[in-house]
Write a protein that binds this ligand. Structure first.
Ligand code: ADP
Ligand code: ZN
Ligand code: ZN
Length: 726
């Protein structure tokens, strides 16, 4: 008798080569697809994922190496996630191996196939035996659910229960619904406003099957309440819900709110701030179907969810959904693709939708739902006023109008926010004799002045290099050096002089750097221990400060001058959002924007809270210029020790593409907006087409050809599909 021929496994590895690798495995079957394997790779060992079984014929099996181990203790990646990864890899022109490995929790990329933390999930022999004897009746299930909900479940016990649980989930949701245990009292939802009710009715009318919805509603209009109602429906039917948030560690309020509304449900938070063990445990909760609601940042879009029935993307316009390196995906777009593949609805919410999404709604690809008013009957939208800083000249950044408003607010004990999107003390150190400004020796960027201990420090915000400020001007030797312009620290100092009795708190990346610092600050604000907040955009994101009734905006004009065509879209969204912080509950809010351009249409639209007007006009401008969303772009970036090398690579890439470019426009390479970072010269080449499919048809062979080429040593390149930053 001949021994059975071993199977040939196709394995995806974290290698920068766009191909799969074949390995022999004596006992492997199709059930191993999606499992982790440890394999020899060159002189080392690597962890990979099995993505298929190869045909025997044509493969020189004798030359193949054997897998070292297959991990059968953990669930395999399900087929839908393998398909999602393949889609993302293809669309974003990234090799499948690195894509797949990137979506595993970090703990699973390690060589040792043993679950860290509560080693609860490994199947033991004792566990199997035990599971076989457990009665599968509802009472037993409930008891089990109670134990699972408690944290005191012994690891060995849980190991024994796991197969039973999995079996119930397989049998369907009648059993799984029992797992939630008896319903605990939950927070009573408020009666819906007419607009919310209409939106929900529309959503409920098509709750089954794929549909993409855009919920456009001003801050405080009750979008989250609509999500919660819809999620309630889905949970009652036994579905799992995936909720994406831009920055979960900055929005614990959201997690608390979901927890209060659905106290009997298993809520899982997934973000990169978790430790490896926590993250793995959360991920296993998802893949095993135990988690009911997953609240996560962009990476959570790839989480395996066997009962997925709804995806929500909150603040869908937020740029943090776009990953800037490796697999450069946009989580909102991946979410829509995943929802379509899974046949479930996806709900995108924003007060200022991305223009891509707005255009999709206008084209009928997304269905538009609008919540034009604030949900609280008493809560009005804030009053937005433009302060002409050409006539009311700012002193240390602050106009008389803003100073007066701050004084009034202080006098009546209400909170104010001064918003300035520049951290540090001042953007540059300036020589009053010759005009020289401090710049980073390693980057094409200014050095920012920071307050540091008792003195000052010059810091580069691109490479992080810090230096002591010079005594004399390096260009002319003059001693007349001064920080120019405003940063959060300088504004903080100035406000302290203006209002010595006020309690002032600065909230920016520097002050919130320590873990937990942000939560502490948020609590201080909520307890009204702060009168004036000075902050960057991190204050603007999704925080509810009901006592905040005044927002002053300084330095916004700068974005109007930007060469990035998306700068005005970002500015509008940011100002709407920061304005939305003012007066959320029963207190009316005021927003004062200091500007040299009080007649700019962007500001005019802010005054009237008219996103559609802003969007309509900006979309028209983009159409004239053939910019997205009227076209589709990809950006090939290169960096090298010299600009000539970077440009030479891009020139060659353009020539290589010329033959393939059917209906695709390849622009000439140009230096990047930030042409030097950390002593690397940077350049880029833009490719643009009228349609996605056309662009993809060009990109696939072009990027493959680029990968084949040998590049000069020290040259690095990457491709970014639908790039957001330049
Ligand atoms: P958004 O997500 O659009 O910012 P939220 O859902 O957070 O809005 O609602 C804003 C505020 O209004 C919250 O304090 C919320 O509790 C409240 N709210 C939402 N819907 C209603 C409603 N129908 N009646 C009363 N208050 C509501
Ligand atoms: Zn000088
Ligand atoms: Zn630098």
């Amino acid at each position: 008798m001949t021994p059975p021929t071993p199977a040939i496994l196709q394995v995806a590895l974290d290698a920068p080569i766009d191909r799969l690798f074949d390995y022999l495995a004596a006992d492997a079957t199709a059930a191993d697809i999606g499992r982790r394997v440890r394999v020899p790779f060159g002189p080392r060992r690597q962890v990979g994922v099995v993505v298929g079984l190869a045909e025997q014929a044509g493969v020189a099996a004798a030359q193949l190496r054997e897998v070292i181990a297959i991990d059968r203790t953990l669930p395999a990646l399900p087929a839908d996630i393998l398909r999602l990864a393949r889609f993302a890899a293809d669309y974003y022109q990234h090799p499948l191996g690195p894509t797949l490995l990137a979506l595993l929790p970090p703990a699973l990329k390690r060589q040792r196939f043993r679950t860290p933390g509560p080693a609860a999930y490994a199947l033991t022999e004792a566990g199997r035996a035990r599971a076989a004897t457990l009665p599968a009746r509802a009472t037993a299930q409930r008891r089990l659910a109670e134990r699972l909900a408690g944290s005191a479940v012994a690891a060995t016990e849980l190991a024994g229960l796991r197969p039973v649980l999995t079996e119930w989930l397989r049998q369907g949701w009648a059993a799984a619904a029992d797992l939630a245990g008896p319903d605990q009292p939950s927070e009573a939802p408020p009666p819906l406003t007419a607009e919310q009710a209409a939106a929900l009715a529309a959503l409920r009318g098509e709750a089954h099957g794929f549909a993409a919805w855009l919920l456009f509603g001003v801050t405080g209009s009750g979008k989250t309440e609509v999500y919660l109602r819809l999620i309630g429906d889905v949970l009652a039917r036994g579905g799992q819900v995936l909720v994406l948030l831009p920055e979960i560690h900055l929005t614990p309020q959201m997690v608390e709110r979901f927890g209060r509304r659905f106290p009997g449900r298993r809520l899982v938070a997934l973000h990169s701030g978790l430790g490896d063990g926590e993250r793995l445990a959360a991920w296993l909760d998802c893949i095993d179907g135990r988690a009911d609601i997953v609240l996560g940042t962009r990476l959570a879009v790839f989480t395996p969810l066997p009962r997925l029935a709804l995806i929500v993307v909150d603040e869908e316009h937020d740029a943090s959904y776009k990953q800037m390196e490796g697999l450069r995906y946009h989580a909102r777009d991946v979410a829509v693709w995943r929802a379509r593949a899974a046949g479930v609805p996806v709900l995108l919410g924003s007060a200022t939708p991305a223009l891509e999404s707005w255009a999709n709604a206008r084209r009928g690809r997304y269905r538009l739902l609008a919540l034009p008013k604030r949900a609280h009957a008493e809560a009005e939208l804030p009053q937005v006023r433009l302060v002409d800083s050409r006539t009311d000249k700012p002193k240390q950044g602050i106009t008389a109008a803003l100073r007066t408003a701050l004084a009034e607010n202080l006098a009546c004990g209400e909170q104010s926010l001064v918003f300035i999107n520049r951290r540090g003390y001042a953007p540059v150190l300036y020589c009053r004799a010759c005009g020289h400004v401090s710049s980073c020796p390693r980057c094409a960027a200014h050095q920012v002045v920071h307050r540091h201990r008792d003195g000052y420090q010059l810091r580069c915000h691109h490479c992080g290099l810090a230096a002591r400020p010079p005594q004399a001007c390096p260009a002319c030797g003059s001693l007349d050096l001064a920080p120019a312009g405003q940063g959060t620290q300088k504004v903080e100092d100035h406000l302290a002089e203006l209002f010595p009795a006020a309690r002032i708190l600065r909230v920016d990346r520097d002050s919130a750097a320590r873990r937990g610092a942000f939560a502490t600050m948020r609590e201080a604000i909520a307890r009204r221990e702060v009168d004036i907040l000075v902050g960057t955009q991190i204050v603007a994101k999704g925080h509810d400060f009901p006592m905040l009734t005044l927002v002053g905006v300084i330095g916004a004009d700068q974005a109007l001058m930007s060469t990035d065509f998306r700068a005005s879209e970002r500015l509008f969204a940011q100002l709407m959002q920061v304005g939305g912080r003012a007066g959320r509950a029963a207190h009316a809010g005021r927003v004062l924007i200091q500007t040299d351009y009080p007649h700019h249409p962007l500001y005019a639209a802010l005054v009237t809270h008219d996103y559609p007007a802003f969007a309509g006009r900006t979309l028209d401008e983009r159409r004239q210029a053939d910019f997205p969303p009227w076209s589709y772009q990809a950006l090939l970036r290169a960096d090298a020790r010299s600009m000539a090398e970077a440009m030479a690579f891009l020139d060659a890439a353009r020539d290589l593409g010329a033959g393939l470019a059917d209906g695709v426009q390849i622009y000439d390479p140009v230096p990047a907006l930030m042409p030097r970072i950390s002593e690397r010269e940077r350049a880029q080449l833009l490719v643009q087409a009228a349609g996605r499919a056309r662009l993809q048809r060009f990109l696939t062979p072009w990027v493959a050809a680029l990968r084949e080429r040998r590049t000069a040593t020290g040259l690095r390149w990457s491709i970014d599909i639908d790039p957001l930053d330049w």
